[in-house]
Design a protein around this ligand. Structure first.
Ligand code: UDP
Ligand code: MG
Length: 310
């Protein structure tokens, strides 16, 4: 039996990108020898005609299946839906906008056949991203990997090949809010990395704005590290020691020089500073408690309205 390869494609308002995607990817997959393939397109509540195009595609080609989510759940959830539905011996998440070169797929398959369970595709050149996005991404990877035991490989997106065992391992992780980059890294397995150059979008706009990326980064930190919770103990101890020292200083000065009641400024600074520090730490607690709350509800990660072409 030839191996079955699944491509998992989350699509959100990708009206202009679907046609070029299908026109490139299908002949390319067709040309790979000794493999069968399937494409699982997940429509993540698109508001344009993405879904209609995907359904038409699945009617033309039975190897294309469409999972229609009931609303926009976000890329992580859409990808999870696709991974759950994939039947392949190897599974490759792939963006509809063709920013990741499909020509890399045969190379990934070769590495997989040679024994790799995960084949990562690393962006060596991100010049298609803005300088701001590159800098913030770099800062995110550095900080995340400093805080967390789960090291996320830098400049590796969701584009990768995973063996069936890896996908099954991912499916056993019970969390509902799925920071996929982290989960991918957490499950481990024998990993090989291939370098590539990321291209500009084939059409349309990026779906990730500044604030969405910020929240995404927070999700990453809080999903994989408790360090932000713990630093407050140490900051608190350091602050208390400093305050104690300052207290002794004031006591000595009062004893030696008397008390002419100065210190309004230092009092004000201390109150506002420590007040702010406390608010930040409470806010951080809130980030974690909010996530515990969301997990505790046990709502599913996504809801499927309909499956097409099954
Ligand atoms: N996407 C999705 N749901 C969302 C946002 C994005 O399924 O809520 C899909 C989108 O259609 C694309 C992929 O996720 O196929 C990556 O999105 P995008 O290209 O906008 O991200 P970028 O490449 O700019 O990081
Ligand atoms: Mg993109």
């Amino acid at each position: 039996m030839p191996a079955l390869i699944s491509l998992v494609v989350p699509c959100y308002n990708e009206s202009e990108a679907i046609a070029p995607f299908a026109a490139t990817i299908i002949p390319l997959l067709e040309a790979i020898p000794e493999t069968q393939w399937e494409i699982i397109c997940v429509d993540d509540g698109s508001k344009d005609d993405t879904l209609a195009q995907l359904i038409a595609l699945s009617q033309r080609d039975p190897r294309v299946r469409v999972i229609e989510l009931s609303r926009n759940f976000g890329k992580e959830a859409a990808m999870t839906a696709g991974l759950d539905a994939a039947r392949g011996d190897a599974v490759i998440p792939f963006d509809a906008d063709m920013q990741d070169p499909p020509e890399l797929i045969p190379e990934m398959l070769a590495a997989w056949r040679a024994g790799a369970e995960v084949v990562l595709a690393r962006r060596v050149d991100r010049s298609t991203d803005s300088a701001m996005k590159r800098q913030t991404a770099l800062a995110f990877y550095k900080l995340h990997n400093a805080l967390s035991h789960t090291k996320i490989p830098e400049n590796v997106g969701d584009f990768r090949l995973m063996d069936r065992v890896v996908v099954e391992a991912l499916k056993t992780l019970p969390e509902r809010q799925r920071f996929m980059k982290g989960l991918f890294a957490w499950v481990g397995f024998r990993t090989v990395t291939i370098d590539y150059v990321r291209r500009p979008r084939s059409a349309g706009q990026s779906k990730f704005s500044g604030f969405k990326l910020w929240n995404f980064a927070l999700e990453g930190f809080t999903s994989f590290s408790t360090a932000p919770l713990k630093i407050w103990t140490y900051l608190g101890i350091a602050g208390a020691l400093l305050a104690l020292l300052y207290g002794v200083l004031i006591l000595l000065r009062t004893l030696l020089l008397g008390n002419p009641v100065p210190g309004y400024a230092s009092l004000f600074v201390a109150i506002t500073f420590f007040g702010s520090v406390q608010l930040i730490s409470i806010g951080l607690l809130g980030e974690y408690i909010g996530r515990i709350y969301m997990e505790a509800k046990q709502r599913p990660t996504y809801i499927i309205r309909k499956r097409h072409g099954d």
